[in-house]
Design a protein around this ligand. Structure first.
Ligand code: NAI
Length: 462
């Protein structure tokens, strides 16, 4: 089909291609998979619908899936995260993509719908945050006259319902057919993985899923070291504020929180942390951060960042107490960590794309980043290629596993085996000059492992 894409400006394709070429030099895991599987093409016959931030790094992922034989259609999983030159390069290369930086919520769900429109529909999902999976399952439930799955905000729920209604009217029975032909889903992030485990608990997951997030080479690298680079990048590009000396509060000290706190500390901010989990709170304290209640620091801190994957973490009563020109942002998956909806009736002044100044009733102004959506992708370009290579190498291995051996799996959530996790890490050592010590047989026997690995038991936590 001619022009089977929606991008901001197809003439950005050359620029996108140049950045893609650079990214490839930083994504050794994906390039090694092209080398290993380029001839055997294990993804032949797979029709993958992808819902994941349409960045330069994702473009290298898409081209890897295609090199391995897959047919691919793509949408972004966030309205602000697309890099328009990356989308243009992918579209110009012949893979349908539907993504524009700054698309509306209505367009977001319409573009997701369009990414499902293979001639015979998709048979695989590659998801980030669960929107593609949610779309099929909600639609199938609606066709069966059942309640839909709750979504983060009521505004978004209304938009999704409208989109589902449109598709049901245009193609009766479509969602149920799609659900029944999907062989599996690989899920990128913590929040999407929570949704999958919830579906299993309710007996509602209709196909096997691989939890890519909990590969060690994903969450302990992308969520942590990725945010360590991209959080401050986002704040700087948005505000050019001096970070050194400022007081920053990081809410949540999981993997993303650890990277975010390190990011701000690295920039010279004085960082405080809030937590609900005593283990993570103790970790934060022993990493040298003061662990506080938001209420106790809300009127004195300069920068507030949510990293929890939870909802209503910064509430309207907190924002009313903040200092003039406090910076408020979120790096968790959804925008409901901050009660942005409660600010809607205040005076907003748009400073530039994805940066707004909001006047509070007491006259203090807040700088809100990306309307509360993940700011490292909204205000900057997300994580660097190298760390995304590790994440996406897991994604490709998960797709191969589900496509070639999906029948051996139950409708449950699985994690890739440790030898593949170690393989992903191994593929990234050369690029940064890491020399690995080789265990001899005696030593290996002494610690109870094979000389070639896996090197740790399943319960080891890294
Ligand atoms: P995690 O589960 O490791 O960490 C979240 C932490 O927040 C936990 O330690 C939890 O105890 C804490 N928490 C929960 N409610 C809280 C509250 N009310 N106040 C303070 N702390 C609270 O999850 P992870 O992997 O760190 O992911 C967090 C979010 O970031 C998820 O939504 C995930 O999808 C997203 N994510 C975003 C990325 C990005 O590039 N922007 C990259 C990777 C993940």
């Amino acid at each position: 089909m001619a022009n089977d894409y929606i991008v901001k400006d197809i003439s950005l394709a050359d620029y996108g291609r140049k950045e893609l070429n650079i990214a490839e030099t930083e994504m050794p895991g994906l390039m090694a998979l092209r080398e290993e599987y380029g001839d055997s093409k294990p993804l032949n016959g797979a029709r993958i619908v992808g819902s994941l931030h349409m960045t330069i790094q994702t473009a290298v992922l898409i081209e890897t899936l295609v090199a391995l034989g897959a047919d691919v259609r793509w949408a972004s999983c966030n309205i602000f995260s697309t890099q328009d030159h990356a989308a243009a390069a992918i579209a110009a290369g012949g893979t349908p993509v539907f993504a524009i930086k700054g698309q509306s919520l209505e367009e977001h769900w319409d573009y997701l719908d369009k990414s499902f429109m293979f001639e015979d529909g998709p048979n695989m999902i590659l998801d980030d945050g669960g929107d593609a999976t949610l779309y099929v399952l909600m639609g199938a439930r609606a066709e069966a006259g059942e309640d839909i799955i709750p979504v983060p905000t009521s505004e978004e729920e209304a938009v999704i319902k409208e989109q589902i209604k449109k598709r049901m009217e245009a193609s009766p029975g479509w969602f149920t057919r799609m659900r029944d032909q999907i062989k599996g889903v690989s899920e990128e992030t913590t929040t999407g993985v929570h949704r999958l485990y919830d579906l299993v608990k309710q007996g509602q997951l209709p196909f096997p899923a691989i939890n890519v997030n909990d590969s060690v080479t994903k969450s302990k690298f992308d969520n942590k070291y990725g945010c360590k680079e991209s959080l401050v990048d986002g704040i700087r590009r948005a505000t050019d504020t001096m970070m050194a000396g400022k007081v920053a509060v990081v809410m949540g000290y999981g993997d993303v929180g650890k990277g975010s706190a390190a990011s701000l500390r690295g920039a010279g901010a004085r960082v405080k942390v809030t937590e609900v989990d005593p283990i993570c709170a103790l970790q934060a304290a022993m990493d040298g951060f003061e662990v506080v209640l938001l209420e106790d620091v809300v009127d004195s801190a300069d920068i507030f960042i949510t990293t929890t994957g939870n909802k209503d973490v910064i509430r309207i009563e907190h924002m009313r107490e903040m200092k003039d020109m406090a910076i408020v942002g979120n790096i968790g998956h959804f925008d409901n960590e901050i009660q942005v909806a409660a600010l809607k009736n205040h005076k907003w002044t748009n400073i530039k794309e994805q940066v707004d100044m909001i006047e509070m009733p007491n006259g203090n102004r807040l700088i809100l980043l990306s309307e509360g959506r993940l700011l490292n992708l909204g205000n900057a370009t997300g994580h660097p290629s190298f760390v995304m290579s590790a994440s996406f190498t897991n994604q490709v291995l998960a797709q191969i596993e589900l496509w070639t051996k999906g029948d051996e799996y139950k409708n449950d959530v699985y994690i890739l085996p440790k030898h593949l996790d170690e393989k992903v890490a191994r593929l990234h050592l050369g690029r940064i000059g890491v020399k690995l010590t080789q265990l001899d047989k005696d030593q290996a026997a002494y610690i109870g492992v094979a000389p070639e690995g896996p090197f740790k038991p399943e319960h080891y936590r890294y």
